[in-house]
Write a protein that binds this ligand. Structure first.
Ligand code: FES
Length: 98
């Protein structure tokens, strides 16, 4: 992947799909904040869980949930696709549900 390439992130806000283009390795929460999307957050360090969102992340589009995420979210929520947006660094196309 070239250094200046962009990755498509789809953000579903109700029935509306907003498309973001992010740099490889960019933090998902910050990308959504910069795009003025209505995402809630407090700590940005994986502690408060207010940035919890359901996502569809294909293999290779982001690292799997960290131990911190599994602890904060619980296994059931992780199995349902929940992640902490502040802990997701985008490596490939993915979809977020607000
Ligand atoms: S903003 Fe607190 S866990 Fe993500």
């Amino acid at each position: 992947m070239e250094a200046d390439s962009r990755i498509a992130v789809s953000v579903m806000v109700g029935n509306e799909c907003r498309k973001l283009e992010v740099k490889p390795g960019e933090n998902l929460l910050l990308a959504m904040v910069e795009a003025s999307l209505p995402v809630t957050f407090m700590c940005t360090t994986g502690k408060c869980a207010t940035c919890r969102l359901r996502m569809e992340i294909p293999d290779g589009s982001a690292a799997p949930p960290s131990g911190t995420e599994r602890y904060r979210l619980g296994e059931q929520a992780v199995q349902q696709g929940c992640r902490l947006a502040c802990q997701v660094f985008v490596q490939g196309p993915l979809t977020v549900y607000l």
